[in-house]
Write a protein that binds this ligand. Structure first.
Ligand SMILES: Cc1cc2nc3c(=O)[nH]c(=O)nc-3n(C[C@H](O)[C@H](O)[C@H](O)COP(=O)(O)OP(=O)(O)OC[C@H]3O[C@@H](n4cnc5c(N)ncnc54)[C@H](O)[C@@H]3O)c2cc1C
Length: 386
């Protein structure tokens, strides 16, 4: 692939990730999907290979790569044949430890960032609650100062890596009544007394990824576990959304690419009316249309990533990339399943899982409606996201 964004080192990295994912992860896909879990050893192995600290500093074990190394990794994760594996790794690297990396103390970085990069620790990010999803400012989990620690009470839901993980970067109200200005991020060990996983949630897709409902009852976390400044959490969460949305866009591209490749192969092999399906213009032109849209979504995502990397304003482009790439992945998975006819619905063929997994992208890390709202506000000059 020739690209202004990817050089020989990115191509080599992409090949290495693909080889690893196809040889060491994909063969376990059916088993892990059924078990609704990813063995911790898989994270340790990725840590060993340097795949969990792609953009983090070397002093914590990271590779100090650029955003396009991250894009390559995220796209290739789809080849694990588990959207849930891709999601778990994305949270582990691009969500849970991001705030710690940007705003955390040296002590937090040495323990939780380095632990995430090596794969010894699995991390989660806890923002969503039963009563607050898109409306982050409405969260109710509360952390109050008591001596040298915070006392935390509340509930979180839909938390990726929440059941089997080691720590959670938790959004809490430290000043109830102050709305968005009263939220802080606090790192909490998931085995701390008072933390319980009340349910592992059953989902339509991402089966291998653990999605937890968590409660916090008089949980004590040291004051030193505060990430950055008190009451600045909302701002940190909004800042981090750009990377999260780029990650979701890249995962959407990876999934759609895999669907297109499966469809091309199948349409070349399957005969109907004496010729391969690929000879049927009605199907081939639809595949062509999807391929064109995929290329457009890809280039928009790379452009947004380039803006992000160069510290240029990119809220609109990251939102557009997530919106278009994730909506497209859903459409590509649906249409490619159709090309498979009845086999598309069979679990021993790849399309059924890909379609299920494609459904999650337009909901997590900001829904498509929220992406449109952000873009609309910027278009009409009703917001000025810096
Ligand atoms: C599998 C999975 C994994 C997840 N992992 C995590 C995780 O690790 N950590 C975490 O904190 N969260 C996680 N989430 C939560 C996810 O980010 C939320 O589901 C998402 O932000 C939407 O919130 P909600 O589900 O409460 O929907 P709501 O916010 O209640 O939205 C309901 C509907 O209203 C629409 N809507 C809401 N606000 C607006 C608006 N302003 N304009 C137009 N339409 C609007 C939405 O688009 C949606 O269609 C996960 C979710 C899932 C399903």
């Amino acid at each position: 692939m020739h690209s202004i964004y990817f050089g020989p080192e990115h191509h080599e990295f992409r090949r290495n990730v693909r080889r690893f994912v196809e040889n060491e992860i994909a063969p376990h896909a059916d088993q892990w999907e059924q078990a609704r879990a990813i063995p911790r050893q898989a994270f340790r192995r990725m840590g060993e290979l340097g795949f969990l600290g792609v953009c983090f500093p070397e002093e914590y074990g990271g590779a100090e790569g650029d955003i396009f190394m991250a894009m390559a990794l995220l796209e290739e994760l789809a080849r694990s044949r588990m959207g849930g594996f891709a999601a778990a790794v994305a949270v582990q690297q691009f969500m849970a430890p991001q705030h710690i990396h940007k705003y955390g103390s040296e002590e937090l970085k040495r323990k939780y960032l380095a632990g995430s990069i090596s794969g010894e620790m699995v991390g989660a990010l806890g923002v969503t609650e039963p009563g607050a999803g898109s409306d982050v400012a409405a969260i109710r989990a509360k952390a109050s100062r008591q001596g040298d620690h915070y006392l935390i009470n509340g509930a979180k839901t839909f938390i990726t890596n929440g059941a089997d993980g080691h720590f959670i970067t938790l959004a809490c109200k430290t000043e109830p009544g102050a709305g968005a200005r009263g939220i802080s991020l606090i790192v909490v060990d998931l085995d701390a007394p008072g933390v319980s996983c009340t349910r592992r949630l059953e989902k339509m897709g991402w089966h291998a990824s653990d999605t937890a409902e968590l409660t916090f009852e008089d949980v004590r976390a040291p004051l030193a576990n505060l990430v950055g400044q008190e009451n600045k959490g909302f701002y940190y969460i909004m800042q981090a959304f750009q990377l999260e949305r780029l990650a979701c866009a890249a995962m959407g591209l990876g999934l759609a690419q895999l669907c297109l490749e499966h469809a091309v192969k199948y349409m070349g092999e399957r005969n109907a009316f004496g010729a391969p399906l690929s000879n049927l213009q009605a199907l081939a032109h639809r595949l062509a249309e999807l391929s064109a849209r995929q290329e457009a979504a890809r280039q928009l995502t790379y452009h947004a990533a380039w803006l992000y990397q160069n510290d240029l304003p990119c809220v609109a482009q990251c939102s557009m990339a997530k919106l278009l790439a994730c909506e497209l992945a859903k459409r590509v998975a649906d249409e490619c399943l159709q090309f498979f006819g009845g086999y598309g619905l069979m679990e021993e063929y790849p399309m059924a899982r890909l379609l299920r997994d494609s459904r999650l992208g337009t909901i997590v890390a900001g829904t498509s409606e929220v992406m449109r709202e952000i873009i609309a506000r910027l278009s009409f000059g009703r917001a000025d996201y810096k």
